[in-house]
Design a protein around this ligand. Structure first.
Ligand code: NIG
Ligand code: FE
Length: 413
């Protein structure tokens, strides 16, 4: 391993442990180092490798944690969520079960717009209180970084309120929060029938205001028949890039509009959902280095039958990430471990691909792979100690949490 430090420089040491590094430089599957050791200085990993390769005397003046043969993985990363929202959509779920489709409900002004009403009405404190338990559930399963989108406000004040709540959750919890402005999520009632005018408002008023307040790290849009066209999405991308903000896209979830190719042309970090993406779209992603973010929770909850083309992602070597898409309408889930299982059972990922999808590739989808996503020297000391005998167990069980301990920024949570 590069840049290894000497014991004198260490702050804490983990022993009797197996490491699933997920680092490409470790050739074993899962990047595994069995009977390994890992040392941390401040909030960074400063040494890792085989225990027998530990240099010199084991230091006696630092904390040493013995892990009884447990496994350590990088902290999990949920790279696509809509975690902050008011209300719920349980009644809509009932309606869908009688045969009314998700799109039909959206066209009738329900769906996303009903959550917009509830989110506009909720105070900032109420939104914080509603979101905290959802975040807590994700953190309990070892999530140490999460992306949270706006998109249930659509007006400037409510979008800003959502993003402030997201930022505040990141400063009061042991988790890194990356925020995404999703103004182009739906056309709000006050712009009904005037979607171009709404896009103009997003680009010339809302986005610049949000950017000035530094509330968003990335900009996203919903490119879909019930969302926005490719040309409307392109205007949002141009406005984002003029402000120096990276982009990503909800693309090809319910139909193939070619949003993926557009996202690739603009150098998006990721294209997400992708059930209907064509091979052309996949090839464009490969060329531009766009990560495919797979969202099995939404596929499951909307009872979709068309799967994202996993074999094409493999063939074109498009990195695959996996996320919860946690939101009230299409994926009311707060378990990233369950998504690992569903990515395997519903989309036929291997457990290793699924785990890669919530670590290394999720970090790439957030543009954060320099600092998180693998166990490597120099990366942030965000990692999870699991009560498992093999990393495949993380995807194998469901409804069970083997998380033993979470270390965030070098400190035990
Ligand atoms: O990722 N596709 C658009 N946005 C969300 C769903 C939002 C909602 O239904 O509230 C998604 O599935
Ligand atoms: Fe989403």
């Amino acid at each position: 391993m590069n840049g290894q430090s000497t014991p004198k420089q260490w702050g804490a040491l983990w022993l009797d442990v197996n490491l699933a590094t997920l680092a490409p430089i470790v050739p074993q599957s899962y990047g595994a180092i069995e009977d390994g050791a890992l040392a941390v200085k401040d909030n960074r990993i400063c040494w890792l490798g085989l225990r027998r390769d530990l240099p010199g005397e084991t230091p006696t003046d630092i904390p040493i944690y013995r892990c009884d043969g447990r496994w350590i993985t990088p902290g999990l990363i949920d790279c696509h969520t809509h975690l902050v929202y008011g209300g719920d959509r349980a009644r809509e779920f009932e309606l869908r079960l009688t045969g009314v489709s998700y799109e039909e409900i959206a066209r009738q002004g329900g769906g996303i717009l009903s959550t917009v009403n509830a989110t506009r009405e909720a105070s900032e404190q109420a939104l914080l209180d509603a979101t905290q338990p959802r975040l807590k559930a994700l953190m309990a399963e070892g999530t140490t970084t999460i992306e949270i989108k706006s998109g249930y406000g659509l007006d400037i004040d409510t979008e800003a309120k959502m993003l402030r709540v997201a930022r505040s959750l990141g400063s009061t919890n042991p988790i890194t929060v990356a925020t995404t402005y999703l103004g182009a999520h739906a056309v709000p009632a006050e712009y009904a029938g005037r979607s171009d005018d709404y896009i103009e408002f997003v680009c010339s008023e809302a986005l610049p205001t949000i950017a000035k307040q530094r509330l968003a790290d990335v900009v996203d849009a919903f490119c879909e028949n019930i969302g926005f066209s490719c040309s409307q999405t392109e205007r949002v991308f141009q406005a984002a890039q003029a402000l120096g903000l990276p982009i990503k896209l909800h693309a090809e979830q319910l139909s193939d509009l070619g949003g993926t190719q557009l996202a690739a042309r603009y150098g998006a970090l990721s294209a997400d959902h992708l059930e209907y993406v064509s091979e052309e779209g996949v090839a464009a992603m490969a060329t531009a280095g766009v990560v495919a973010v797979l969202l099995p929770g939404a596929f499951y909850f909307l009872r979709e039958s068309r799967r994202p083309p996993i074999n094409l992602f493999r063939k074109h070597r498009v990195p695959m990430a996996v996320a919860t898409d946690s939101n009230p309408g299409s994926s009311p889930v707060c378990s990233l471990l369950l998504m690992l299982n569903m990515a395997c059972t519903l989309f036929a990922l291997t457990p290793e691909e699924a785990l890669m999808g919530v670590t290394h590739n999720a970090a790439r989808a957030l543009g954060m792979s320099d600092s998180i996503g693998t166990l490597e020297v120099g990366k942030k000391a965000d990692f999870v100690i699991w009560d498992i005998d093999h990393p495949a167990e993380l995807a194998y069980r469901f409804g069970f949490n083997p998380c033993h301990q979470v270390i965030k920024d070098g400190l035990t949570v």
